[in-house]
Design a protein around this ligand. Structure first.
Ligand SMILES: [Zn+2]
Ligand SMILES: [Zn+2]
Length: 432
C-alpha cells in the first residue's frame, strides 16, 4: 500500500526531536529553509512540502533582509514572499537549521533531507532506504524509472572520498585561483556578485562554491553524487562565515529539481559532458537562468583523432570494471602514467610536467576512465547550442591555462522587454 507523507502528519510530530542551539561554526550539516525558494519535485515538477524531523538554532554572521526568498517562502508555505504582510522575519528563519526532514510531493514521492542535505533525486527511495525505514515510510512509492546513471554517481562519490585536502589532482585545485578566475569566466565583478543569486551546477567537492560565496552572493551548489556531503563538511570547516549564503542539494541535471528563470548566474564546470547527453543536460539546466542572466559552461575539448580513438577503446573496458578494482589498477599504473606524461611534454617541446603523488595521478586517471559518459566538444558547436536555446552574446572565455583540455563558453539570456523597470521597482529581487 502506498502511504503518502501527506496522510501521516501525526506520526511525524511524535518523531520530532527538540530544537537545540549550536554555536556558530560548529561542524554540522544543516539546511536553511531559504533553499526551498528554488526546489521542485524532479519527477513531476510541483513544489514539495516541508516536514521537519529535527532542527536546531544557530547564530548567523550577518543580518538578513526581508523577504530573502523571491518565489516561494518555505517557512510560511506561500508563493510571492514579497506579498507577505507584515514582512516575514527572515533573520529568525535563517537561525533555524534543518538537520533532518522530508520534502513530500503531491505526486506521492518523498525526498529525504538527510544530514541537512535535500536529496532531490528520483531514486532517493532506493538510495536512502534506511531513512524511509527509520521514519516508517517504507510504503512510499518508488519513482518511475528515470535517466539513472548509478555508475557515475557512485564513481564521483568515491573519487571525492579518496581525494584529500591539499591534493593537487587537477592543476586548478586552488580555491584562490579559481575564485579570481571566476570573475573572468562570468565577466563579472565582486560588486555585481554581492547581490546576485547563483547556481553552481555540479559542484563536486564544493571548493568553488565556497570560494565564490566569499564575494557575497546567495549560492546554491548542486551535485548528483554524495560529494555534497563532503562539500558541506568542508564549508563548515573552512567557510563558516559564508555558510548562511551557501545551500547544497543532491540533484540530477537531467531530472532538474530547481525552478526555471531563477538565477542571475549559472556556472557549470566539467559536468555536462559526464551526463548521458551534454545537449540534453544543457537544455535542462539553461532554463534556470533568469532573463538577463549569464550561463557559463566549461566542457572537455575535442582532442586529436588518435588520442580520441585510444581513449574510447580503453574506456570501453574501464567503465565496466568494478570501481574499487579500477581505482587499484589506476594506482598501479601511476608510474606508466607519469612516464607517458613526461614523454608527451618532451615531444611537444614543453618543460617537464609538475610532480604529482601516486594518489593524485590515480584520481586523475580514475576521473577519466570510470564515469560512464564522457563527451568532448568544440567551441563553435557549443556556441550553436547556446543559440538554439535563445542565448545571445556568446563568447569563448576559455583561459590559456585550461585550453588544451577544456573549452569554456559564456552566454546571456536576453532580458524580457520591460523587465528591467519591473525588476528595479520590485522588492522580489531583494537578496541576501
Ligand atoms: Zn512530484
Ligand atoms: Zn522565507
Amino acid at each position: 500500500m502506498a502511504r503518502s507523507l501527506h496522510s501521516r502528519p501525526n506520526r511525524w510530530r511524535t518523531e520530532r526531536r527538540p530544537t537545540r542551539t549550536r554555536a556558530c561554526g560548529e561542524a554540522k550539516r544543516t539546511m536553511k529553509k531559504r533553499l526551498l525558494d528554488w526546489i521542485l519535485c524532479p519527477s513531476c515538477g510541483e513544489r514539495p512540502r516541508l516536514q521537519v524531523f529535527a532542527q536546531e538554532k544557530v547564530e548567523i554572521s550577518a543580518p538578513v533582509a526581508s523577504p530573502a526568498c523571491s518565489f516561494y517562502c518555505g517557512r510560511h508555505d506561500v508563493s510571492q514572499p514579497a506579498a507577505i504582510t507584515p514582512p516575514p522575519d527572515c533573520g529568525a528563519c535563517y537561525r533555524e537549521e534543518i538537520l533532518e526532514g522530508a520534502l513530500s510531493c503531491a505526486c506521492g514521492l518523498v525526498y529525504p533531507i538527510l544530514d541537512g542535505v535535500p536529496r532531490m533525486i528520483r531514486n532517493a527511495r532506493e538510495e536512502y532506504g534506511e531513512f524511509f525505514a527509520r521514519h516508517g515510510l517504507a510504503g512510499v512509492p518508488k519513482a518511475p524509472a528515470g535517466v539513472g546513471d548509478r555508475r557515475s554517481s557512485k564513481s564521483f562519490g568515491l573519487q571525492w572520498t579518496i581525494y584529500r585536502e591539499g591534493d593537487h589532482t587537477w592543476f586548478k585545485d586552488d580555491a584562490g585561483l579559481r575564485k579570481a578566475e571566476f570573475l573572468d569566466n562570468l565577466q563579472t565583478t565582486p560588486e555585481e556578485l554581492a547581490g546576485a543569486t547563483l547556481l553552481d551546477g555540479g559542484c563536486g567537492n564544493g571548493e568553488l562554491t565556497r570560494a565564490v560565496a566569499e564575494y557575497g552572493p546567495a549560492i546554491v551548489g548542486m551535485d548528483f553524487s554524495r560529494s555534497v556531503e563532503h562539500a558541506y563538511r568542508r564549508l563548515h570547516e573552512k567557510g563558516a562565515h559564508v555558510s548562511h549564503r551557501v545551500h547544497y542539494l543532491q540533484g540530477n541535471i537531467l531530472d532538474f529539481p530547481l525552478t526555471s528563470r531563477s538565477f542571475d548566474m549559472l556556472p557549470t564546470s566539467g559536468v555536462l559532458h559526464h551526463t548521458p547527453s551534454t545537449y540534453r543536460a544543457f537544455r535542462s539546466i539553461s532554463r534556470a537562468v533568469k532573463p538577463g542572466g549569464r550561463l557559463y559552461v566549461q566542457l572537455y575539448r575535442r582532442r586529436p583523432a588518435w588520442i580520441h580513438a585510444v581513449n574510447v577503446a580503453l574506456r570501453a573496458v574501464t567503465t565496466r570494471l568494478p570501481m574499487r578494482l579500477l581505482y587499484g589498477l589506476c594506482y598501479a599504473a601511476t608510474p606508466v602514467h607519469s612516464g607517458l606524461s613526461r614523454l608527451m611534454h618532451r615531444l611537444r617541446g614543453e618543460p617537464a610536467p609538475p610532480r604529482a603523488t601516486a594518489r593524485e595521478r590515480a584520481v586523475q586517471m580514475f576521473d577519466n576512465y570510470s564515469p560512464r559518459y564522457q563527451y568532448r566538444h568544440t567551441v563553435p558547436e557549443i556556441i550553436e547550442l547556446f543559440r538554439s536555446e535563445g542565448y545571445v552574446e556568446m563568447k569563448d572565455v576559455t583561459l590559456d591555462n585550461e585550453a588544451r583540455h577544456m573549452l569554456a563558453v559564456l552566454g546571456r539570456r536576453p532580458a524580457e522587454a520591460g523587465a528591467a523597470e519591473v525588476r528595479q521597482s520590485s522588492p522580489m529581487t531583494a537578496q541576501v
